[in-house]
Design a protein around this ligand. Sequence first.
Ligand SMILES: *[C@@H]1O[C@H](CO)[C@@H](O)[C@H](O)[C@H]1NC(C)=O
Ligand SMILES: *[C@@H]1O[C@H](CO)[C@@H](O)[C@H](O)[C@H]1NC(C)=O
Length: 187
Amino acid sequence: MTRSFLLVLLGVGTVLLFAPQASAQGSNIFEWNFQERGDAICTNLATGVTIDNHPPYAMNVAGFSESDRNIIAYDYNDIYALGFEKYAPGAFYLSIYKWYPSNNTAGSVIFRAKGITTSTVDEGATLSILSNGSLDLKDSAGNLVWSTGTGSAGATRMEFNMDDGNIILYHSTGAIVWESRLNNGLD
Ligand SMILES: *[C@@H]1O[C@H](CO)[C@@H](O)[C@H](O)[C@H]1NC(C)=O
Ligand SMILES: *[C@@H]1O[C@H](CO)[C@@H](O)[C@H](O)[C@H]1NC(C)=O
């Protein structure tokens, strides 16, 4: 059965609601084509996440904010979300975690991005989904904290499978370039 998904933007003030659309893949997968989309910057704000250059389809700006998680993308079938996880005041991990839209609460974390010197970022930090196929996490000062390191690997497509919480970057040949479950900084 085709399931639909939502991508959430927790915007500053305005609330726009688009109807959820059925996913073309027939499964619960958010897909991103790096070249078609160009660079997209997801910014972690107190009020939630804003995304520059977001796709025009299947996007949502939710009319709620969850105090401990600023969500970048989620599935509304009570499965997984990608977002900034508030770990301490002013300290957030880039994480994948269980998400329950029915009551706007988060469950267990299954992935954290692990940086070289530090893994948490502050308010104003960004996750860049880059057209060269890399995902880069930067703090508000622009310092690179974590990256998939795939900017030269020929990744053309990203899939976030919200049934199992895995993000996979694919080469145009279909080969897997990177996946979150094999690069998990969660100890
Ligand atoms: C939210 O809903 C989920 C799924 O029904 C449930 O497992 C979880 O315990 C609920 N959390 C709270 C805080 O109500
Ligand atoms: C990928 O693009 C970003 C943003 O333009 C750039 O900072 C980064 O160096 C690029 N990566 C590679 C490997 O070229």
